[in-house]
Unconditional design. Structure first.
Length: 300
């Protein structure tokens, strides 16, 4: 159908949904619990996330491309699912806007009140979220490859300074903290619920599970690469628990005399990723709220 997303647009949207948190404070949570065991936790969390998502998509196969807010035959259940999805997404948007405001403020605008940056990002996200879904899809299709390329450039640029010994001890402060580190690393994938809302806009001629798993694999690769490269170049153990990984990467590289501090440029890419995620989340949260008012949900 003309109104459906293409496979490329679907993969870009879901990849950004599952990737954007690794550009914020969340990416370093495993390090704060385990020290040098953070990368191991991130790898395990990525594998676990793929297994869980694959299992859920397999169970969901019988519903095709029906969104999770309309899978039940009971109006009360559909209303509960719609309300829970909308509430979760609105809270997630607020948290994401704060995280990206913090990410932008410290390196780029240290003297600017964080509420001002928050308000600026919120207006941009709201305008995007209230636009048509075709605009959101097209924006992701253009911006996400740029964000992914920027992350790849940062990771590759950090390799000359990499020291494999920084990965040891693999279990960090002790094996007992590894489960907590894994749970922390799994929080990066908290927005996976959007997979089951965006699914209604997947192209009809493609299996939904294939599209979702392709996007998940892309996101997991980047979600592992960022903490891995961060740890490889971090000699000071205290930085493992206090620094945003992606920002550490931008500060550690230089591209010559006239481009020694690329952080400002790359931060604009991170901001676009966060704004696009918020736009998609707002769009589908509004659709879930509208679902509450449908006759099929309200029961009137």
């Amino acid at each position: 159908m003309k109104d459906k997303f293409s496979k490329w647009e679907s993969v870009c949207i879901l990849s950004n949904v599952l990737l954007h948190r690794s550009l914020t404070y969340s990416a370093g949570c495993a390090f704060r619990h385990t020290g040098s065991g953070g990368t191991l936790c991130t790898v395990i969390a990525g594998i676990v996330a793929l297994i869980i998502l694959y299992a859920l998509l397999t169970l969901y196969k019988k519903y095709g491309t029906t969104p999770i807010t309309r899978v039940s035959g009971r109006a009360s259940v559909r209303g509960l699912l719609s309300g829970a999805a909308a509430l979760f997404l609105f809270i997630s948007v607020l948290c994401t806007l704060y995280d990206f405001s913090y990410l932008i403020k410290n390196p780029a605008y240290p003297n600017t009140p964080i509420w001002y940056i928050f308000a600026f990002l919120a207006v941009a996200a709201l305008c995007g979220g209230l636009s048509k879904k075709r605009s959101i899809a097209a924006s992701h299709a253009i911006v996400f490859p740029i964000v992914a390329a920027a992350i790849a450039v940062l990771c590759l640029s950090s390799l000359p300074r990499a020291d494999v010994s920084n990965l040891f001890p693999l279990l960090g402060v002790g094996g007992g903290q590894i489960p907590l580190g894994i749970l922390s690393a799994l929080s990066v994938y908290a927005d996976a619920i959007l997979v089951f809302l965006v699914i209604e806009d997947f192209p009809d001629y493609r299996p939904p599970r294939g599209i979702a798993m392709t996007a998940a694999v892309v996101a997991v690769i980047f979600n592992i690469a960022v903490p891995l490269c961060f740890q490889l170049i971090t000699l000071n153990r205290s930085e493992l628990i206090s620094v945003i990984p992606i920002y550490k990467l931008t500060k550690s590289i230089s591209y010559g005399r006239f481009f020694q501090h690329p952080a400002a440029l790359f931060i604009s890419f991170w901001a676009m990723s966060g704004i696009l995620y918020c736009a998609a989340a707002i769009h589908y949260a509004v659709r879930a709220v509208r679902n509450l008012r449908d006759k099929g949900v309200s029961g009137h």
